[in-house]
Design a protein around this ligand. Structure first.
Ligand SMILES: Nc1ncnc2c1ncn2[C@@H]1O[C@H](COP(=O)(O)OP(=O)(O)O)[C@@H](O)[C@H]1O
Ligand SMILES: [Mg+2]
Length: 292
């Protein structure tokens, strides 16, 4: 099956809705009129070249920055600031306070938000530390851990909060290739088990295909929606296949200036919501940018 340009429709309300979101820094536009819907259980990927505003969109969803125009809503309620329903895992390994042990790091947001007692926070922390494969390291401090292990702690800390949406900003980009692959695999395994909702940012086409079930393609700076694709059929096992390579090429073309073609699409898969084709006009004057 080839990649299909799709747009979710149907009666199901999205969990997270971005509508016409333009983000600005001091009058400079980082994204322009970006709209997308994330449904419960989606692994929704924002894909585009460096500087196209992926992190800014994630920060807006997290409530760290406010749109200059447009809106972002969770369960129909406008995002007005950060909240425990949206937890971010960043790329940087220093997102863990170094003076806290692994267990204390995972417990910290649970205690801060007064969600549970100290006893229950400790129990939950141990549970999630186990889930990310770090049993035995609960009393270790971050500086004694590898990059991959630190990212596991950040994932455990996020999932322990049981957020409505897990937000991940290039969480594996600073890892070596093998560790990155392993982490992608484990994220997939966790998702299979827990079916959380994921909003994931990457500039890697391959990672987008492996991690996502839906991908929003953003044009170079300022980020605008190029297309939305269905990618549920791909995973690490299919990563070397001809079909996967064709999808990679296709996305590259869509991102960097291939002439727009509307794709006739039948309902793409038996997902949680119906999908239909959309015709999106593509800006043909896009700069080629191999920095993706
Ligand atoms: N704090 C900031 N102040 C000023 N400009 C920023 C800030 N953060 C991001 N930008 C600019 O906004 C644009 C989008 O950045 P960003 O969201 O980080 O893109 P991406 O994550 O896709 O690489 C870039 O041009 C970047 O320079
Ligand atoms: Mg970024």
């Amino acid at each position: 099956m080839s990649l299909q340009i799709v747009s979710p429709t149907g009666g199901i309300a999205p969990l997270l809705r971005a509508e016409g979101v333009s983000l600005e820094y001091g009058g400079t536009r980082a994204t322009h009129d970006v709209s997308f819907d994330v449904y419960r259980g989606d692994r929704f990927v924002l894909l585009g070249p460096s500087g196209c505003g992926k992190s800014s969109l994630l920060k807006a969803a997290a409530g760290f920055i406010a749109p200059a125009a447009g809106s972002i809503a969770i369960n129909g309620a406008p995002v007005r600031g950060p909240g425990p329903d949206r937890i971010v895992v960043f790329q940087e390994f220093d997102q863990l306070p170094p003076w806290k042990t692994v267990k204390e790091n995972v417990m910290f947001p649970l205690l801060m938000t007064k969600r549970v007692s100290r006893h229950e926070a400790a129990e939950r922390a141990m549970h999630w530390i186990g889930k990310v494969g770090l049993s035995g390291f609960e009393d270790a401090h971050p500086h004694t851990l590898s990059g991959g292990m630190k990212q596991r702690v950040a994932i455990a800390r996020a999932l322990a909060m049981q957020p409505e949406v897990l937000l991940m900003d290039e969480p594996f980009a600073a890892l070596d290739a093998l560790t990155r692959r392993k982490m992608q695999e484990e994220l997939g395994r966790l998702w299979e088990e827990l079916r959380f909702t994921l909003l994931f940012v990457t500039h890697s086409i391959e990672e987008a295909l492996v991690v996502g079930n839906r991908i929003l393609l953003l044009s170079p700076h300022p980020g605008q929606v190029r297309a939305e694709l269905n990618s549920h059929q791909f995973d690490l096992a299919s990563a070397g296949s001809l079909e996967f390579q064709a999808a990679t090429q296709r996305i590259h073309g869509l991102l960097f200036g291939e002439a727009a073609t509307a794709v006739a699409v039948s309902p793409a898969h038996a997902g949680d919501h119906a999908e239909r084709a959309v015709k999106r006009s593509m800006d043909s004057g896009v700069r080629r940018n191999d920095g993706l």
